[in-house]
Write a protein that binds this ligand. Structure first.
Ligand SMILES: *Cc1c(COP(=O)(O)O)cnc(C)c1O
Length: 477
């Protein structure tokens, strides 16, 4: 018999579940309160140096108190979050999330499911979403889909699948082997498209930026010229990336025309529909994305216009077999079986680079079940109405200049003053906590850019933005 003391319990479960339960209920109540009272707070506030310094702490070697950690979170993290849940948040293109999604995240955390594969119901939930997405975009049976972090990764997967289509699965082993593949996307395409080309070994120069017309749409004549030029030079055009909702101005490429072109030229057609793809959920907006149903693959985010909490990107691929041929990698420790927990082939890990995968499908399933496609479509429509209201207000104010009209949910404008003064107006607006637009450059001018994505934003928030810009602009003169 040893007289050494037994080691402390190795399990990390609480000794006192009752205590944890009480704290857990408080966390839940506080978080719901945070969402319910969102309007009572500023959109964003600068992080005080002392608060930032608290997160340069020493390594926590010894156990600590959960209540104390929660206290630190409440006082140091929550007040200084980015504010994208706030109705005054109009910067970049970010979703607002919902209480329903938050609750689903909590449930998913409890299950701690790994969606890489195997035979369990969480996998069936993701398969359910794949089927729903397939129907939303009118893709055929046999199409495949996968949750990923966001559209950046979803577009990367779209590019890799196109590379397999062009060179066959052998490219995965042999590499490009001298193949000179060329892709084409509008000059207004998101930076993740050249990044995807870079990451796939083709190099970002291998995507040709095609000029856009006055409406921000890829010029089809210029596209045809670029493809012909590359062919004549002995290069191998393989892919056109259409954008449904450019990040700068909300423009939608002529997707039907791109589909026709790709068909005639034998090219793959991928769509970056990060936020714009879900316009199909609004009967009013759907005609604008006509042709989306003809794509070979679509990347989009549930975490933007779908209002699912971060992160919930998705890629849909028409040819599920090609998708699988792009990623499936047999390994002895991942052998599937006909029965038992190792059944359930094909596994999601054969459709993307991730092996371990979280349960993003659950928050999406709860969101779609609870709100239905109609309510989500209506909220998408409403954000476009807000953009039209902002456009009208800008047009009515002599001090303001419209740089890009309301396209979908995005408006770019500026105070009639210098770029530097406009940049300062935006910083001052952020620091005032009234509204949080972002900036971009339109026709060489610095633009104040408002993108309406958050379902909580209302007309009065748009008015607060305009009034704030007018006031700060006048003060800067
Ligand atoms: C947001 C966005 C992306 C990137 O998506 P993430 O989810 O942030 O990775 C790509 N393209 C467009 C048009 C976007 O709006």
């Amino acid at each position: 018999m040893s007289d050494l003391k037994p080691p402390s319990e190795p399990s990390l479960d609480p000794e006192n579940w009752e205590e944890l339960r009480a704290l857990g209920h408080r966390m839940l109540d506080d978080t719901l309160e945070h969402l319910a009272e969102v309007r009572s707070r500023p959109v964003w506030r600068p992080i005080p140096d002392a608060v930032r310094a608290r997160f340069r702490a020493d390594l926590p070697e010894e156990p600590g108190d959960l209540a104390a950690a929660y206290d630190e979170y409440t006082h140091s993290v929550v007040p200084y979050a980015a504010g994208n849940v706030h109705p005054g948040f109009m910067g970049w293109v970010q979703g607002g999330g919902t209480a329903v999604g938050m609750l689903a995240e909590m449930l998913a955390g409890g299950l701690n499911a790994n969606l890489g594969g195997r035979d369990h119901m969480p996998v069936e939930v993701e398969r359910q979403i794949v089927q729903w997405v397939r129907q939303i975009f009118e893709f055929p049976e046999g199409a495949s889909g996968l949750f990923v972090t966001g559209s950046s990764l979803a577009n990367f997967i779209g590019v890799l699948v196109a590379r397999t289509a062009a060179l066959g699965p052998s490219v995965r082993k042999a590499g490009l082997d001298g193949a000179k593949l060329r892709a084409y996307a509008s000059a207004a395409a998101h930076r993740c498209i050249p990044l995807a080309m870079d990451m796939s070994g083709m190099g970002s120069d291998a995507v040709r930026p095609i000029p856009v017309d006055a409406d921000g749409r890829m010029e089809m004549v210029k596209l045809a010229e670029a493809v012909a030029r590359d062919r004549a030079a002995g290069l191998q055009p393989f892919l056109v990336v259409g954008t449904a909702g450019t990040v700068d101005t909300g423009s939608i490429d002529d997707l039907d025309a791109i589909a026709d072109f790709c068909k005639a030229e034998g090219l793959r057609f991928h769509i970056d529909g990060a936020f714009g793809a879900l316009a199909v959920l609004s009967p009013q907006l759907k005609p604008q994305v006509k042709g989306i149903e003809r794509a070979d693959s679509i990347a989009f985010d549930f975490h933007k216009w779908g209002q699912v909490p971060y992160d919930a990107g998705f890629v849909l691929v028409r040819d599920g077999q090609l998708h699988r041929d792009t990623f499936a990698s047999p390994a002895a420790y991942l052998r599937t079986q006909a029965k038992g927990l190792a059944a359930g082939a094909p596994w999601f890990s054969d459709y993307g680079p991730d092996l371990s995968r979280g349960f993003r499908a659950l928050k999406t399933w709860f969101t779609l079940k609870t709100f239905g496609l109609k309510r989500i479509g209506r909220s998408i429509e409403h954000s476009c109405e807000l953009a039209r209201h902002l456009e009208a207000r800008v047009r009515a104010e002599p001090k303001l200049e419209l740089l890009a009209p309301a396209r979908l949910n995005i408006v770019c404008f500026r105070y009639r003053t210098s770029d530097a003064a406009n940049a300062k107006i935006v910083v001052d607006l952020h620091e005032s906590g009234i509204a949080a637009p972002s900036t971009t450059t339109v026709n060489g001018k610095l633009a104040i850019r408002a993108a309406f994505v958050n379902h909580r934003t209302q007309i009065r928030d748009v008015d607060a933005l305009v009034d704030g810009v007018l006031k700060l602009g006048a003060a800067a003169q």
